[in-house]
Design a protein around this ligand. Structure first.
Ligand SMILES: [Zn+2]
Length: 200
């Protein structure tokens, strides 16, 4: 018979549902919090609640933000002639870490994947096209999808859609680990990929 108090096993279950957390780690985290000062547990609970209450997606670039439009879209110092298209908000973080890119972003929130049943209509592609039609200042689109099958398919789909608009299109240079995710690439690799971006 399991004698673990229900409250404790509930938190273990919640941790276990998170990606990369097995049953052992879920237990360890729960028992760690049980022993930790009350402040720490309260602060964690508050951070979780506020995450869902305060974080929204930017109406322009679809990146996660607390304000709408987001800080990047509102920043007058950013280069408004270039939009870098990425799959996930984490990719924006990775590119911002390089401090080499000063343009705007557009977050697709995924990539085309027939296997997972994700089509173009599930991504923020219409929003991107609308943006390109209304923002006359845009002269270059950098396709920075992940260097894997889904990322390639998405980039090719966007190429076909955007080319007729007469906007210059580039792709990140090769050299990113194939099959990997942009978010895991180090700053040096990403900077090189940005600098060496090629025309499509
Ligand atoms: Zn934005």
């Amino acid at each position: 018979m399991d004698t673990t108090p229900r409250t404790v096993s509930r938190l273990i279950e919640e941790f276990h549902r998170l990606p990369g957390i097995g049953p052992k780690t879920a237990q360890r985290l729960t028992f760690y919090l049980l022993r930790a000062p009350k402040d720490q547990a309260t602060s964690l609970a508050q951070a979780l609640t506020q995450l869902k209450e305060r974080v929204t997606t930017c109406a322009i670039c679809a990146n996660i933000a607390e304000e709408n439009p987001c800080a990047i879209c509102r920043d007058e110092a950013r280069d408004r002639s270039i939009i870098c298209v990425v799959e996930e908000p984490l990719d924006v973080l990775a590119l911002e870490r390089t401090r080499e890119y000063h343009g705007l972003y557009h977050v697709l929130h995924g990539a085309i994947s027939p296997v997972e049943g994700i089509g173009p209509e599930d991504l923020k592609i219409q929003e991107l096209l609308r943006r390109l039609r209304t923002e006359a200042s845009v002269s270059e689109i950098v396709l920075a999808t992940n260097p894997n099958l889904e990322g390639e398919a998405t980039a090719m789909y966007l190429e076909r859609l955007i080319k007729p608009l007469g906007i210059r299109m580039t792709r990140l240079a090769r050299g990113l680990p194939v099959g990997g995710d942009l978010e895991y690439a180090d700053e040096v690799t990403l900077t090189r990929a940005l600098e060496g971006r090629r025309e499509v």
